[in-house]
Ligand binder design. Structure first.
Ligand SMILES: [Zn+2]
Length: 425
């Protein structure tokens, strides 16, 4: 089985290349690269004006298996990832049972191997604390040995400073980041919306921005004290970025990610009472959205990750205060990023690929993807100019909880290649 990718533009941050390149693939391996390649037996994919990138990874998704398969299974989640142009994802441990035991890591690997034939790599993130209860550490070494690529109690913060300290210290032994859902629970408890005019006028219990900032500031001090590796999940307020910027300037091993909804939407959207505008951290202000964009451009924000959080229709079809937090994101991430960032000259396509592929792989200590002869093809192909309207009914995800239905976007995946397989979107 030969495949000839013809006339595409390779955007490849690991080698610094940004050039037109033909790629001949044989049985999932890159056989030849060059210009004006031909192969009589090959299926030819014309990619003029289209982008070839090392495979995208979404380092923050919630696949609900085991425990809540009615929301999303590993199979349906992998289908959503592939449709969104991702060849890999990292799944968070707030399942039931949680990923706090090596057997759950093996279970997820086994499920991922049979989802779409193993097209999408699923990298489990282990829990920081046993049962995600915040009381004592999970068996981090055992989880890492089984294949957990990082640790997080995401959905909840690791709020005990002593536990965070131990986790940061301990995880340096096996080179895994501690990924924090940064929120001081004492400050944010009971809140459902950003503290501000919209929450006050709508009568929604507030989540103050300082709740995020305080936890980030504390954790950065602990990362400095221990020399540990710290990654802040889904940053949402401008002040957080000041702390991250300072940490990086000091040379600490501190990174962060932002979701597409936090660089796209503000808490003004809450006036619709649409429960698909309820997420955690909440939508913030216009100034915060602008700060997220500036942070991406400057490089303070390393990664774009979706926080893909599937819920069933019934669960979201309730009063705002009662609805669960979160929206799905895998199938709209590329379109939102191209529309909001690339077309508005916040990021170049090269920088976009860094944030969707190179940077997350690097901070997770995954080997860089080599687009080179003899290497396995792990590629995301996309059309940055394709215009489309989001239609949740066509999603591969089992869930439909998105506020972006009906939105016009630019930038669409064409297909992915990984593990000897290909899928065309
Ligand atoms: Zn979270």
């Amino acid at each position: 089985m030969q495949l000839l990718l013809k006339g595409g533009r390779l955007v490849d941050p690991p080698t610094g290349r940004d050039e037109a390149l033909d790629i001949l693939i044989h049985d999932g391996r890159i056989e030849r690269t060059g210009t004006n390649l031909s192969a009589s037996a090959a299926q030819v994919i014309e990619l003029k004006g289209k982008i070839i990138a090392p495979g995208f990874i979404d380092m923050h998704v919630h696949f609900r298996e085991p425990g809540f398969e009615y929301k999303e299974s590993i199979a349906s989640g992998c289908a959503a990832a592939a449709a969104g142009g991702f060849t890999a994802v990292c799944c968070m441990p707030n399942t039931n049972p949680p990923i706090d035991d090596e057997s759950i890591v093996h279970f997820i690997h086994a499920r991922a191997r049979v989802a779409l034939g193993g097209l999408v790599n699923v990298y489990p993130i282990g829990a920081v604390t046993a049962g995600r209860k915040g009381e004592h550490l999970a068996p981090l070494a055992e989880l890492a040995a089984a294949g957990a690529v990082g640790f997080s109690d995401d959905g909840d913060p690791v709020h005990d400073a002593e536990l965070m300290r131990r986790a940061l210290e301990y995880s340096t032994m096996f080179k895994r980041p501690i990924i924090q859902h940064a929120q001081d629970p004492a400050l944010t408890k009971g809140g459902v919306a950003n503290e501000g005019y919209p929450s006050a006028s709508l009568g929604l219990p507030p989540i103050p921005r300082v709740g995020e900032e305080i936890m980030i500031a504390r954790d950065i001090r602990l990362a400095e004290y221990t020399g540990g590796q710290y990654h802040a999940a889904h940053v949402s307020v401008a002040e957080t970025l000041d702390h991250i910027r300072n940490a990086k300037a000091k040379g600490l091993h501190v990174t962060c990610e932002v979701t597409p909804h936090h660089f796209t939407m503000t808490d003004d959207a809450l006036s619709t009472f649409d429960t698909n505008t309820k997420m955690n951290p909440p939508l913030r202000t216009r100034e915060d959205v602008e700060a997220m964009k500036a942070g991406l451009k400057e490089g303070v924000i390393d990664v774009i990750a979706t926080d893909h959080a599937p819920h069933s229709y019934d669960e979201k079809e309730v009063e705002f205060a009662q609805a669960p937090f979160g929206i799905i994101g895998l199938e709209t991430a590329l379109g939102l990023a191209v529309t909001e960032l690339v077309r508005k000259n916040i990021l170049s396509l090269y920088q976009l690929v860094e944030k969707l592929s190179t940077n997350p792989r690097q901070l997770l200590h995954l080997p860089p993807i080599a687009v080179a002869e003899g290497e396995q093809a792990n590629l995301t192909l996309f059309d940055p100019a394709a215009e489309w309207i989001v239609d949740p009914s066509s999603f591969k995800s089992r869930a439909r909880n998105t506020p972006f239905g009906g939105t016009r976007l630019w930038g669409k995946p064409i297909g992915i290649l990984n593990n000897g397989l290909a899928l065309w979107c």
